[in-house]
Design a protein. Structure first.
Length: 182
């Protein structure tokens, strides 16, 4: 199945989710993330600011903000800048996503763990993004542990990859945690 077909199928399935299903799924996924030793040991975490069709991240960030240092991406041309998360310094950015403002850009090598969004994953850590390559370019610049989070139906048997695709180390869905051995 090609990436465009996967994007269309996942989009249609996401449209059927109720708010309760979104919240319940996020709780299950982020509970598993919190139980990983890698999360417990990480201090500097890059996480995405969720779009309405993605697993919601706001409650997770709020719950851990006192104990972890969170960073969010900001679109800068064809790349993502990494900035500290500060609820008071958010503004509407590219693609109608709230992004951090300011000029305190962090180096990707300073991040311990990255929570990566995607349209779909497979058990090998391969991912289908939204098609612009932002996260592939970002993930090439870091040695951080990378964790993909998704609804169960976003986990595919296998995703065909291209040379520029960068897989994640771990994939977490409501039903389980998959270590990809990348």
């Amino acid at each position: 199945m090609n990436k465009d077909t996967i994007r269309r199928q996942v989009k249609a399935r996401k449209a059927l989710l109720t708010d309760k299903e979104r919240v319940d799924a996020a709780k299950k996924v982020f509970d598993q993330l919190e139980s990983l030793a890698a999360f417990v040991m990480s201090e500097r975490i890059l996480i995405y600011n969720s779009l309405p069709d993605e697993l919601p991240t706001r409650n997770f960030i709020d719950r851990w903000q006192a104990n972890k240092r969170f960073f969010l991406p900001r679109v800068n041309g064809v790349d993502l800048d990494i900035l500290p998360y500060d609820k008071t310094r958010m503004q509407m950015g590219a693609f109608r996503i709230e992004e951090p403002s300011g000029d305190d850009i962090q180096n990707a090598t300073s991040i311990d763990l990255i929570v990566v969004p995607a349209v779909a994953y497979d058990r090998y850590g391969n991912r289908v993004g939204r098609g612009k390559g932002y996260y592939d370019r970002l993930l090439r610049r870091t040695k951080a542990l990378t964790i993909g989070v998704a609804y169960d139906f976003q986990l595919m048997d296998e995703i065909t990859t291209e040379p520029h695709d960068v897989p994640v180390d771990i994939v977490i869905t409501e039903s389980g945690t998959y270590f990809t051995h990348r």
